[in-house]
Write a protein that binds this ligand. Structure first.
Ligand code: AMP
Ligand code: GLY
Length: 423
């Protein structure tokens, strides 16, 4: 088959690399791509906010499948436009992608479908905000209703910081959601949905805070590992039954079937599993580790989902061992990342063996590789044990030189030491 991948991050780099391992995939184009993706497939320019331009490109390339990485083209209606041109698309229509595009909408669907989640109040005024903060107490959880690239959420003990974030959301014209704090380790679970049937992938854990020991502001994600030695297959089956499948069924019953990744962000609390959020796409950096583990041919799997064929699809096959990814971020990330810094040492990291460096914010300038975004590279390692995979990914990250860059040296540390539990 011929595939077009939309996006330009390390997630799309990992997706493209996995598609290339599938013998049924003959040709891949990527738009817009990055310097790393350009080594794997032709990269073409496209405005990812322009649904018609994406569909035009897919028609021009005569592809059999479009795989959409980021949320922005989904919210812009790229899947709607592709359907109208008769091209199978892995990624939901904009009406279904609203589970990510509006936290208030997502809460409403979850409540109606009895999906376990944090208690929440939608607020449109500061009066409602102060009342909701009093109801739920500290630590305060304040969320911008709309898309914010993982940075619209503030979790804090400081009431004035909570009020400040709420005020900023309201001033920018958005609603906000204030909710109960969920205590417990987080899990990211991808449910691949064809609109009716959902197939859960292997769970991963993401590290959202910028600093070691989970300190500093939230980011898009600074690292991840999969599988999770502390989450059993029974728990995954239970979450599929109580969270993923009810979400797919609820969206189908509303007349907006969801085709793509139902990404459940979960908190494993002492009172059981609770949904923190849903996203409408693969997570980044979780995809880098989940696809590193997947042995099932990815193109066949995503095409089956895009064409409503998942009930007939054989069970997923996994590689075994563990995969860990460590994100290298530019100076100033997440607040104000600096761009244009030289990147060197990628080949040293890959020479460690079983290490793949996926590109995100990279660009070739006069044949030199330089940074062009906040998250620059994802150093992904595979090994038999979590400790080995973690050490290798961390060592790989330390071999790469980018002025002012930073990465977390503690990705997967607690799990490798057996210090996380859930039952
Ligand atoms: P979200 O964009 O909703 O995933 O939120 C980003 C991050 O904020 C999550 O991954 C959590 O670490 C944290 N967070 C969000 N909601 C809650 C909550 N109700 N309780 C505790 N932490 C939360
Ligand atoms: N890693 C979090 C996300 O993709 O939203």
């Amino acid at each position: 088959m011929r595939v077009l991948v939309i996006g330009s991050g390390a997630r799309e780099h990992a997706i493209t690399a996995a598609l290339l391992r599938d013998p049924s995939v003959q040709q891949i184009h990527v738009a817009p791509g990055n310097a790393g993706l350009a080594q794997l497939a032709p990269c073409l320019p496209v405005d990812i906010t322009d649904a018609a331009a994406i569909a035009d490109l897919a028609v021009e390339l005569d592809v059999d499948l479009v795989v959409i990485g980021p949320e922005v083209p989904l919210m812009a209606g790229a899947a709607n436009e592709l359907e109208s041109r008769g091209i199978p698309c892995f990624g939901p229509h904009k009406e279904a992608a609203l589970i990510e595009g509006s936290k208030a909408f997502c809460k409403e669907v979850m409540a109606a479908a009895n999906i376990p989640t944090a208690m929440a109040k939608v607020c449109t005024s500061m009066e409602q905000v102060t009342e909701a903060l009093d109801t739920f107490g500290s630590p305060y959880v304040v969320k911008d209703d709309g898309l914010a690239a993982g940075k619209g959420v503030v979790v804090t003990h400081d009431r004035s910081e909570a009020l400040e974030h709420a005020r900023a959301c309201l001033v920018s014209g958005n609603k906000l959601v204030i909710e109960e704090f969920l205590d417990g380790p987080e899990v990211s679970l991808f449910g691949i949905s064809d609109g009716t049937t959902v197939v859960a992938m292997q769970p991963a854990q993401d590290f959202k805070r910028v600093g070691e020991g989970d300190t500093g502001p939230n980011t898009g994600g600074m690292g991840a590992y999969s599988p999770l030695p502390w989450v059993s297959a029974d728990v995954v089956a239970e979450v599929t039954e109580r969270v993923l499948q009810p979400m797919a069924t609820a969206l189908k019953n509303r007349g907006t079937p969801f085709v793509g990744v139902l990404y459940a962000g979960l908190a494993m609390t002492s009172r059981g599993v609770r949904v923190i959020e849903f996203n409408a796409r693969f997570g980044d950096p979780e995809t880098q580790v989940v696809l590193d583990q997947l042995e099932t041919p990815l193109g066949e799997f995503l095409l089956a989902a895009a064409t409503g064929q998942l009930t007939h699809f054989p069970p997923l096959r996994w590689r075994g061992g563990y995969s860990v990814t460590v994100v290298i971020a530019a100076e100033g990330y997440p607040a104000a990342p600096r761009t244009g810094d030289l990147i060197s040492g990628i080949e040293l990291a890959e020479a460690l063996g079983n290490v793949t460096v996926y590109h995100a914010g990279t660009q070739l300038k006069d044949s030199t590789l330089v940074t062009s975004g906040g998250r620059v590279l994802s150093i992904t390692a595979h090994a038999d044990t979590l400790a080995e995979a973690r050490n290798k990914a961390t060592e790989g990250a330390s071999l790469i030189a980018i002025a002012g860059s930073h990465f977390r040296g503690d990705i997967a540390q607690r799990a490798a030491d057996g210090r996380i539990s859930f039952n």
